[in-house]
Design a protein around this ligand. Structure first.
Ligand code: NOJ
Length: 779
C-alpha cells in the first residue's frame, strides 16, 4: 500500500515530494485510494490541489458530512451526544465543544481509521482569551492599544489550544459595540472600526501564525455581521444597519481580518435588516465572496441554521438548509439541519452538487493547510507540559498590566507606597478566582476550571505587601434577576439580594474595617457572568450593594482606590466625583491580581486607553464618539445638550486614560497641506514625557471631512501608536493619511471614494485632542 491509513506519508514522500511521477500516480489512484498527505503548514496552492483531488473521491453524503459540525457532548437543554456513528460514515467534518483530549483522540481515530476516506475532524472550541492561562478579556486587550501584545497573547493561546487538540477557535469576535448594554461588548475591541481592525489583524496573525504550522489554530471571525448593533443592546435582537454604516463601520474589522488571512468566518444569529445573517446572501456572498474575494469558509453560529425557521424566515428545516446553502453558508454548527436535509434538496434538483463542491472545498483546504492529515492526533503526553508553561503566566501578567486604564488619580493617590501597614480590601470581586479570569474561559466553561490557579486582587496585594495586615470585607455576591446561557453551563443559581439587616451589617463591617486602614481598595464592578453572551443589561449601575459599600468606605475619610472589574462601562458617576483613584482592570485573566499590584504600586505605569466612550448612565446608550454632527452640534449655545438631565458628552471619552506621568503633544505638521485624491500626506507630531517617571503615551490621530457627498463623523480615528518614553524624552511620530484613511463608502454612489474637501486633522491623547491641522484634498 502506498499511503498510510492515517493519511501520513511514507518517508520518501515526505523527503522528495512531489516528484512528477508521484503526482501522476496519485492522480491515477485518486478514485480508489486516499489522497497523499502533506507536511504541516502547506502552501495554499498545494492544499487546493489536494483538496480538489480528495473532493473528487467523495460521494454526496461525504460532502454533506464535511458541512456538518456536530456537538461533541450533550449540552443541557440543547441536545447533542456522541457522534461516533455519523463520524464513521464520514458524516462529520468538525466537532465542537469538546476539550477532553482522550475523547478528541478517540473520535479522531474513528474519523481517520473507520471513515471511508479517512478525513480528519476539525475540532473547534471558543478559545477566546487563553486556554489554561487566561489572558485579559478582548475588550481589555484592546485597551492596551498595542496590537503586538494581543498578537502575542493569542499566539500563546493558539499554541496551548493546538497542543490540547483544538484546531479551530471561534475567535476573534470583531463586532463593533457602540452600546454598553450589549453583554458581548466584553468579547470585542469596543466601538471603533480602526482600532477594531488593528486588533482583528493582530489576533488572526497570532492564532494562525506565519503559515498555519503545527502550533497554530484556524481562526473564525465572528459574528458576521452587524450583531453588535442589536436593538436596545439586547443580545440576539435584530439589527437595522444601513449599507453605508455596514461598510464604513461594522464591516471594517471583518474585512481587515479577511485580508490578514483569516481561515474562516462565523455568520451571526440575528436578523440583519430583516434577513437572518446565517441566510443572508448579501453578507455571505455579495460582500464576503464577491466584493472581498474571500476564499475561506463560513460556519453558522450554533443552531443558527435551524433557527432560520424560528426567525420565521424558513418554512421548515429543509427550507432552512436550502436558504443556508443558497446564501453561501458552508457549515452548519450543531443543528444537524444540513446533514438531514441537503441530500433531499439535491435529489429534488434544488441544490446542484457542484454548488456543494464549492462549499466543501475550502473546508478541506483548511484541513490540508494546517497539516491535519499528517498530524491528526493529540500527543497526550505533551498536553499538560504545554498548558503549564511558566512563560504564559509571565506573558499574561504583562498583557494584563498593559491593558489597565487609569481613569482618575486625584492628588496622585496612586501609585501607592509599599510601606503600607494596614490595607482594607472591600467588594465581592476582591477574592473571586473565577471572576478575575472573565467569561468564556475554556476550562472554566466546560472543564470545571480550577487548573489555572488564578491570582485574585486580594492574593496579588498580599504577595506585594508581605508585611502588611490586609483585611477583606467582600460583601454579598450580587446576582442577576434572570440567569443567562452561561449560568446554565456553570450550574449557577439565582442569588437572593441581601435583606435590609444583612445590608446594614455589611455596611458597618466596611466602616469599621476602613476606619482602621491606611488605604481602602474597593474591588467592584460586575461578576464575569454579567457580561458576554445572553448577558445584556438595561442598567449600568454597580450591581448589589457595592455602591453603598463604596460610599461607606469613602465616608470614613480614608483614601479609597476603586479597582473596577467589569465587562462593560458601568455607572460610576458618583465615584468619578468622590473616589480619588479609579483603575479599570476589566477581567484581567489568570495573573490579574499580580498585574493589579504591579500597577497600584507603580512597578508598571498604566498606559491603557478606553476602547469605548464611557457613558454616565445607560440611558445615553448607544454612545460613541464617531457620530455625525447634526444641524445643532452639541456645543452650540441654544441646544447645548441632547438630554436635559445628563451631559451628552461621555464621562470619559474614547481613547482616554491617565498615566503616572504627563505627556505633551506639540508641533503637529503635515508633509503637504494639499494632496490629490488618492495621494498621501504624512502627519507628524512630537510627544514628550513631561513628568518624572517613565511611561507609555498612546498618540492618536483623528480626522474629519468637512463636506462632501455625505455627512461624515465629527471625528474618526485613523492612526495610533503606543510608545514608551523616559522622563524628558521626546519622540516624533509619523502617520500616513492616504487613500485608506481618507476614503469612505458613499451612500449616494454606493462606492468607496476619496472626495475633494478640507479635512480636519487632530493629534493627541484621546478623542478630544485639540492639536489641529488642515489637509485639503483636490481632484
Ligand atoms: C454561540 C456564540 O454566539 C458564539 O460566539 C460561539 O462561538 C458559539 N456559540 C460556539 O460556542
Amino acid at each position: 500500500m502506498l499511503f498510510s491509513p492515517r493519511g501520513g506519508t511514507y518517508w520518501f514522500m515526505r523527503n522528495f515530494w512531489p516528484p512528477k511521477s508521484l503526482v501522476l500516480l496519485s492522480c491515477l489512484l485518486a478514485f480508489t485510494i486516499y489522497v497523499p498527505a502533506q507536511s504541516a503548514g502547506m502552501s495554499a496552492d498545494e492544499a487546493h490541489r489536494r483538496a480538489e483531488a480528495l473532493l473528487k473521491q467523495m460521494n454526496l453524503d461525504e460532502k454533506i458530512g464535511q458541512m456538518n459540525q456536530a456537538a461533541g457532548m450533550a449540552i443541557p437543554g440543547l441536545g447533542g451526544g456522541k457522534p461516533d456513528d455519523l463520524i464513521a460514515k464520514g458524516g462529520v467534518g468538525s466537532v465542537l465543544w469538546l476539550i477532553d483530549v482522550k475523547e478528541i483522540n478517540r473520535l479522531q481515530h474513528i474519523a481517520v481509521e473507520k471513515s471511508r476516506l479517512h478525513v480528519p475532524i476539525l475540532f473547534a472550541f471558543d478559545v477566546i482569551h487563553g486556554y489554561r492561562t487566561a489572558f485579559p478579556v478582548p475588550l481589555a486587550m484592546a485597551s492596551s492599544w498595542d496590537p503586538s501584545v494581543e498578537k502575542a497573547a493569542q499566539r500563546y493561546a493558539g499554541q496551548d489550544a493546538r497542543a490540547a487538540g483544538i484546531l479551530w477557535t471561534f475567535t476573534p469576535m470583531v463586532d463593533i459595540a457602540r452600546d454598553a448594554r450589549w453583554g458581548r461588548i466584553v468579547e470585542g475591541a469596543g466601538e471603533d472600526p480602526y482600532l477594531g481592525a488593528a486588533m482583528a489583524r493582530a489576533q488572526v496573525r497570532g492564532f494562525q501564525g506565519q503559515n498555519m504550522g503545527p502550533d497554530s489554530v484556524l481562526v473564525c471571525v465572528k459574528h458576521f455581521a452587524g450583531y453588535g448593533a442589536a436593538e436596545g443592546g439586547r443580545d440576539y435582537d435584530s439589527s437595522y444597519v444601513p449599507e453605508e454604516l455596514m461598510e464604513n463601520v461594522y464591516l471594517k474589522p471583518f474585512h481587515a481580518a479577511a485580508e490578514a488571512g483569516a481561515g474562516s468566518f462565523m455568520s451571526a444569529y440575528m436578523d440583519l435588516n430583516d434577513v437572518p445573517a446565517s441566510g443572508n446572501h448579501w453578507l455571505l456572498t455579495d460582500v464576503l465572496r464577491n466584493q472581498w474575494g474571500y476564499k475561506g469558509f463560513v460556519v453558522s453560529d450554533a443552531f443558527a441554521v435551524a433557527s432560520l425557521q424560528v426567525h420565521g424566515f424558513a418554512k421548515d428545516p429543509e427550507d432552512a438548509a436550502l436558504k443556508g446553502v443558497t446564501a453561501g453558508l458552508n457549515m452548519d454548527m450543531a443543528s444537524g439541519t444540513y446533514v438531514k436535509n441537503i441530500a433531499k434538496l439535491v435529489s429534488a434538483g434544488k441544490i446542484r452538487e457542484t454548488q456543494l463542491d464549492a462549499m466543501v472545498l475550502p473546508i478541506l483546504e483548511a484541513k490540508y493547510k494546517m497539516g491535519l492529515f499528517d498530524h491528526p492526533y493529540v500527543d497526550e503526553s505533551k498536553v499538560e507540559i504545554t498548558l503549564n508553561r511558566q512563560e504564559g503566566r509571565e506573558l499574561a501578567r504583562k498583557v494584563a498590566s498593559r491593558s489597565m486604564v487609569l481613569l482618575r488619580n486625584e492628588n496622585q493617590t496612586l501609585p501607592l507606597k509599599k510601606d503600607l501597614k494596614k490595607v482594607t480590601v472591600i467588594g465581592p470581586l476582591a477574592d473571586s478566582a473565577h471572576d478575575i479570569e472573565g467569561g468564556w474561559t475554556v476550562e472554566g466553561l466546560f472543564g470545571g476550571g480550577g487548573k489555572s490557579h488564578p491570582v485574585t486582587v486580594l492574593a496579588g496585594l498580599k504577595a506585594a505587601l508581605p508585611g502588611a495586615q490586609i483585611s477583606a470585607v467582600p460583601g454579598p455576591i450580587p446576582g442577576k434577576v434572570f440567569l443567562g446561557m452561561v449560568d446554565q453551563f456553570s450550574g449557577a443559581k439565582a442569588v437572593a439580594p441581601p435583606t435590609a439587616e444583612e445590608t446594614t451589617e455589611w455596611i458597618s463591617k466596611v466602616k469599621s474595617a476602613a476606619a482602621d486602614a491606611d488605604v481602602v481598595i474597593a474591588v467592584m464592578g460586575e461578576m464575569a457572568s454579567m457580561s458576554s453572551e445572553a448577558a445584556s443589561r438595561a442598567s449600568m449601575k454597580l450591581p448589589g450593594i457595592q455602591q453603598q459599600m463604596l460610599e461607606a468606605a469613602v465616608a470614613t475619610g480614608k483614601p479609597v482606590v476603586l479597582v473596577l472589574e467589569n465587562g462593560r462601562p458601568v455607572d460610576i458617576s458618583w465615584a468619578a466625583e468622590h473616589v480619588p483613584a479609579i483603575l479599570e482592570i476589566w477581567f484581567p485573566g489568570t495573573e490579574g491580581g499580580n498585574a493589579v499590584a504591579d500597577v497600584l504600586f507603580g512597578d508598571v505605569n498604566p498606559g491603557g486607553k478606553l476602547p469605548v466612550s464611557w457613558a454616565h448612565t445607560a440611558g445615553e446608550e448607544p454612545l460613541y464618539y464617531n457620530h455625525n454632527l447634526t444641524h445643532e452640534p452639541e456645543d452650540r449655545p441654544n441646544f447645548t445638550s441632547r438630554y436635559w438631565d445628563v451631559a451628552s458628552k461621555p464621562l470619559y471619552p474614547f481613547g482616554y486614560g491617565l498615566s503616572y506621568t504627563t505627556f505633551k503633544f506639540e508641533n503637529l505638521k503635515l508633509s503637504k497641506a494639499r494632496v490629490k485624491a488618492g495621494d498621501s500626506a504624512e502627519v507628524q507630531v512630537d510627544v514628550t514625557n513631561t513628568g518624572s517617571v517613565a511611561g507609555d503615551a498612546v498618540a492618536q490621530v483623528y480626522i474629519h471631512q468637512r463636506w462632501g457627498s455625505a455627512s461624515r463623523p465629527v471625528r474618526q480615528l485613523e492612526g495610533f501608536k503606543r510608545v514608551g518614553l523616559k522622563p524628558g524624552e521626546k519622540q516624533t511620530l509619523t502617520f500616513a493619511l492616504g487613500k485608506d484613511e481618507l476614503q469612505f463608502w458613499d451612500p449616494q454612489t454606493k462606492k468607496w471614494v476619496v472626495e475633494p474637501s478640507t479635512f480636519d486633522v487632530w493629534a493627541g491623547e484621546d478623542s478630544t485632542a485639540k492639536l489641529h491641522a488642515e489637509l485639503t484634498v483636490s481632484d
